[in-house]
Design a protein around this ligand. Structure first.
Ligand SMILES: Cc1cc2nc3c(=O)[nH]c(=O)nc-3n(C[C@H](O)[C@H](O)[C@H](O)COP(=O)(O)OP(=O)(O)OC[C@H]3O[C@@H](n4cnc5c(N)ncnc54)[C@H](O)[C@@H]3O)c2cc1C
Length: 640
């Protein structure tokens, strides 16, 4: 092992330790998805699909009507062009209560439910991603959310009324070296000698709303504590007033889409923050950030469903009206399949978003895995839908709304939708980080029970003790993952066969994860290609269950068309699940990783000949040890 390898391993181990310390190791309630990974298909945990609450709908109606009227008049292309949401529009949002949708009424908010909140977000995103980002960064992850979860009564009384009136807030976690690995942050908060304040120093990157915010929730490092003789990083969360001397917006960031995002680099130079502004407690900041994101990320699935619906509507109308080769393009099979998949996936996405939010709201349920799958699944499915919508619109999909309008066509902003949508797969936990997080929980039970049996360094004593601990569980669990008691799911009619498949596939998934642990041992933690296939199977199973349950509810209400959509969705999901099982242990994984290592080491840099640089040369030299250059590279003069 080289010195660089050793450093990389030490820093990875430290990142894992800090993340583990911040991880919620206990389950606060049941979870359908957690059981899925253990090979148990507990449909009773999510079915029947939670019905709408008529009282809540009545309470939310006036607000949603105002919001609809507002959204109908907003000129979103103008907002995109100027990169700015005018203050008078923000003021209108304030006046209708849009900054305090979920803030309890006693503190001046609308006191509406999570379900009403995501309805609002779905509606806004169908037209304008920048307005969604403004409201969602404020109340899904900004100050209201951690304040609701962890604030003291005093803090709630101080901040909720301001936040509900529209004091814009933001969530400041990311830094230049702390993206997916927030434990790597460098911003510090040093207690003053009298213990009454902290002095904040550092810089936060990409803070959405940061350039316009009055209040921030900032995560910063407080002094390390010693755990088992070793220093452990402490991260603490603070509410910070942006008017405090030393807080400075040093740069407004601009992106591919979401042009009106008020997103910036925020610098803290000797910023004095009162001790009363600590949220939850010293050292609990990373856990607070992760828990905030657990529920905060329930917004994006609904937002993506809203976007998908808008894409479906455009695609449907265009594909039925545009005639090429003698037929409306939607009649040509290539386009027809896109439309069908779009409709089925949109249906499933809404089922996932509604179900996850309703479960979070109902309480007594541990939502973190469902929320992570919902975020990952809907952002990815939504992205494919936007891509298909662009394809169906052909050249018009690629043309800007302004250009379409200037030459007399309907200004349908698919080009903007695509730019606005893409970030969903990255922020609030990228797709890869969501898969890692889900995989960590998927293997947790087996690792806790049987890790020492498969760990090569474990002593005989450790092995025997793990065996004694796990034997009673595996003696019943394992055989029952082969021979289950088949359920008929008769109430689901035409969908019952899909649930029977899902039940069988769930048992198979439980076995496959167990076999992976036995076969690969502790190294499984790093075998992302294998783990991610397990995650994708679990995600498809959750999506199937959510779609069938929602279709059943709608069917009961007289909408039997929903059953057709759920049926198509499940047919497709089953094929994906079967494909993932077929290649579970990845016949090509080794070859893939080997080529990636060669690419990283520059061995295939000869492929990059004949191009003009686009800035890659400015990136600092890679830390990966280059291999000796091959004769071919020597000859070509590349590989440096
Ligand atoms: C428009 C925008 C708005 C944002 N808003 C906010 C905000 O309001 N507040 C805030 O704090 N942050 C915000 N962020 C930051 C955002 O959350 C991060 O971009 C995100 O966490 C990913 O970090 P990164 O971009 O540094 O990517 P990196 O961490 O550098 O990751 C790069 C790639 O590597 C993958 N990767 C990283 N680690 C692993 C691993 N262990 N295994 C497998 N794959 C891995 C990632 O998935 C990604 O594909 C925003 C970012 C953008 C662009």
């Amino acid at each position: 092992m080289t010195a660089d390898d050793r450093n990389a391993l030490a820093s990875e181990t430290e990142a894992r330790d800090v993340a583990e310390a911040a991880r919620e190791s206990e389950w606060s309630g049941p979870s359908f998805v957690r059981d899925l990974f253990l090979g148990r298909f507990r449909l009773d945990l999510i079915h029947p699909h939670p019905p709408a609450d008529p009282d809540e709908e009545r309470r939310a109606k006036p607000f949603l009507e105002k919001l609809r009227a507002f959204m109908e008049k907003v000129d979103s292309d103008e907002i995109d062009r100027t990169g700015h949401i005018p203050e008078e529009l923000v003021q209108e949002l304030r006046e209708m209560g849009a900054f305090g949708i979920k803030i309890p009424r006693e503190y001046g908010g609308l006191g509406l439910s999570q379900t009403s909140y995501i309805r609002a977000i779905e509606m806004i995103t169908s037209k304008d991603g920048s307005i969604t980002a403004l409201l969602s960064a404020h109340q899904s992850i900004g100050v209201p959310q951690p304040l609701k979860l962890f604030g003291t009564e005093e803090q709630k009384k101080t901040y909720f009324p301001r936040l509900a009136k529209g004091a814009i807030s933001a969530f400041a976690l990311t830094e230049v070296d702390a993206g997916s690995d927030p434990a790597n942050m460098r911003t510090t908060a040093t207690p003053t000698e009298d213990g009454r304040h902290y002095i904040l120093n550092g810089e936060k990157l990409w803070c959405t709303n940061g350039t316009r915010a009055e209040l921030l929730v900032v995560m910063a490092r407080t002094p390390d504590v010693v755990v088992k003789g070793k220093p452990r990083k402490q991260i603490t969360a603070f509410i910070v007033e942006t008017s405090t001397p030393g807080v400075e917006v040093v740069h407004r960031c601009h992106f591919m889409g979401l042009k009106a995002l008020e997103n910036g680099v925020i610098r803290f130079a000797d910023v004095k923050v009162p001790r009363e502004n600590v949220l939850w407690g010293e050292g609990k900041g990373l856990k607070l950030a992760l828990i905030t994101l657990n529920t905060g990320r329930l917004t994006l699935p609904a937002s993506c469903a809203g976007g998908a619906k808008a894409m479906l509507k455009v695609s449907r109308t265009w594909a039925s009206q545009r005639v090429q080769w003698g037929q409306p393009i939607g009649r040509h099979e290539a386009v027809a399949q896109m439309l069908a998949r779009m409709a089925a996936n949109t249906f499933a996405m809404e089922a996932i978003a509604e179900l996850s939010s309703a479960l979070a709201e109902r309480g007594g349920y541990d939502i973190r895995l469902e929320a992570a799958i919902a975020k990952m699944y809907n952002t990815e499915a939504g992205w494919r839908i936007v891509d298909d919508a662009l394809q169906i619109r052909g050249g018009r999909g690629y043309e800007t709304a302004a250009s379409l309008e200037a030459r007399g066509e309907a200004p349908i902003p698919i080009e903007r939708a695509m730019r606005d949508f893409r970030i969903n797969l990255i922020f609030e936990g990228s797709s890869e980080i969501m898969r890692l997080f889900i995989a960590r929980e998927a293997v947790d039970h087996h690792f806790r029970m049987a890790f020492d049996i498969v760990r090569p360094e474990a002593s005989l004593k450790e092995r025997l003790s793990a065996l004694a601990r796990s034997a009673p569980f595996y003696a019943t669990w394992y055989p029952s993952r082969w021979i289950g008691t088949p359920k008929t799911f008769g109430e689901f009619g035409k969908l019952a066969k899909h649930l029977r498949f899902a039940e069988r596939a769930t048992r198979k998934l439980g076995r496959a994860i167990f076999h992976a642990m036995v076969r690969i041992g502790p190294k499984l933690e790093r075998r992302q290609m294998v783990l991610f296939r397990a995650v994708d199977i679990g995600a498809d199973l959750f999506a199937m269950a959510a779609a069938c349950s929602r279709a059943r509810m709608l069917d009961r209400q007289g909408n039997d068309e929903a059953v057709d959509l759920a049926d198509l969705f499940c047919r497709e999901a089953r094929e994906r699940i079967k494909a993932n099982f077929r290649q579970f242990f990845g016949p090509n994984d080794k070859a893939m990783y080997s080529v990636a290592k060669d690419v990283l080491a520059g061995e295939h840099a000869w492929l990059e000949q004949g191009i003009v640089g686009i800035g890659a040369d400015e990136i600092e030299p890679t830390k990966v040890e280059p291999k000796a250059r091959t004769a071919r590279q020597e000859a070509a003069g590349v590989g440096d």
